[in-house]
Design a protein around this ligand. Structure first.
Ligand code: DSN
Length: 418
């Protein structure tokens, strides 16, 4: 049974326990967050944090790796099975470092890359000017169209003009299906590598609820802590042995030092959970919830970017819908214990620190057991609060409603049906 943490360092223990309470008391709608099982947390908090082992299983620079070697191989095997790929590197510390390693493996500094722009839903590491990807590479962008959708003919046109060495697909804030087969064709036409960053949609992909890039993309990267519901970190996958060798060299010694074996073990545990039938049910519910949540806003005339979502997330244009910017909307919702993040929207005139949108996701609250009814209630409460942000009586009432919901749906510490 999960208990509050007790440490000799009371200052840090108290702060961890306060954060735990915050997580219990808030409705978590940040699309990239989730609640891992207690088993995942135990592995992440284990003695493995003591171990160094630069290199790869069977080829380490340090002794004493007989058990961590086995753990790393199990993590690789489980990931291969989940994603139906031939080779997996499970060492990346984070998605951003993993993406940097992919660039290093496939490109030379200054090479051209083509990714979705940040305000269209792309990621910083997909070519944003102040990220390594925009600093060390010549980055170009494609954009969503006026309906907030990818336009594959337009992407092909840009690709022919730019002639990138690598095209990146897979996003942080795109709610529609990514057609990896179309991207493959575009890459074949212009002679580019296809790199799929599936961090947000890896859970639905595992469950067969979104097309998979396996067999289409040259390299696939996913973080492990979003819809996949594992510990924080990332993995890089490919079917090409030569690319795999380059990826391995780019991760270590290219960008990283010693692998974080406690995190690799925690990844392995979460991959084991994702191989269970309960995980597929979770993914199905997460998408059902997201669609109902999104539809409730659409029914109220709220401007949802790209229309009805097809995955676990969607974005609302809070400026045109409520006359608020994303920063204000985030702060107001936080007052009633609803956690979201501000997000740039297509053609945003505000800076990313302010933005005109918010991004909403269903992954975390679905893990707590929310179903359609609860997401409809939450959409109604969010809508009320954003329409009348200065109505203190309303905010107090909503906060009480939120407390009822969070008390009725405590954070689960195991997802297995025993
Ligand atoms: N920060 C992640 C997200 O929220 O989508 C991406 O890096």
């Amino acid at each position: 049974m999960y208990k509050k943490i007790s440490l000799e360092d009371k200052v840090i223990a108290d702060l961890i326990n306060l954060e735990d309470q915050r997580q219990q008391d808030h409705i978590e709608l940040i699309a990239s967050e989730n609640y891992v099982s207690e088993d995942v947390m135990k592995a992440a908090g284990s003695c493995l944090t003591n171990k160094y082992g630069e290199g790869y299983p069977g080829k380490r620079y340090y002794g004493g790796c007989e058990f961590v070697d086995q753990i790393e191989v199990i993590a690789q095997e489980r990931a291969k099975k989940l994603f139906n790929v031939n080779y997996v590197n499970v060492q990346p510390y984070s998605g951003s470092v993993a993406n940097a390693a992919v660039y290093l493996a496939l490109l030379q500094p200054g090479d051209r890359v083509l990714g979705l722009s940040l305000d269209s839903g792309g990621h910083l590491t997909h070519g944003y000017r102040i990220s390594f990807s925009g600093i060390f590479y010549e980055s170009h962008s494609y954009f969503v169209n006026d309906d907030g959708l990818l336009d594959y003919d337009e992407i092909l046109r840009i690709a022919k003009e730019i002639k990138p060495k690598m095209i990146i697909c897979g996003y942080s804030a795109y709610s529609q299906i990514v057609e990896f087969d179309k991207f493959r064709k575009i890459c074949d036409e212009v002679g580019a590598y296809l790199f799929a960053d599936i961090s947000h949609i890896s859970g639905p992909i595992i469950a067969g609820l979104h097309p998979s890039p396996a067999g289409l993309a040259d390299v696939i990267m996913t973080t492990t802590h979003k819809t996949l519901r594992g510990t924080r970190g990332a993995i890089i996958m490919t079917n090409d042995e030569e690319i795999y060798k380059k990826i391995n060299r780019s991760v270590f010694p290219g960008y990283q030092g010693g692998p974080l074996f406690h995190q690799i073990a925690a990844k392995a545990v979460s991959f084991g959970e994702a191989l269970q039938p309960e995980f597929l049910e979770y993914q199905q519910q997460l998408i059902t919830n997201s669609r109902v949540f999104c539809q409730t806003f659409i029914n109220k005339g709220v401007k949802v970017i790209s229309g009805l979502t097809k995955n676990h997330l969607f974005m609302i244009d809070v400026k045109s819908s409520y006359g608020l910017n994303g920063k204000q909307a985030t702060e107001i919702l936080s007052k009633v214990n609803i956690t979201v993040n501000k997000n740039s929207i297509p053609n945003d005139t505000e800076s990313p620190m302010v933005s005109s949108g918010i991004r909403l996701g269903s992954a975390a609250m679905t893990s707590r057991g929310f179903q359609e009814d609860e997401f409809i209630i939450i959409a109604n409460l969010i809508d009320k609060v954003l329409r009348e942000p200065e109505n203190e009586a309303l905010l107090t009432m909503v906060k009480k409603e939120i407390a009822k919901l969070t008390n009725s749906f405590p954070i689960k510490r195991s997802y297995m049906k025993h």
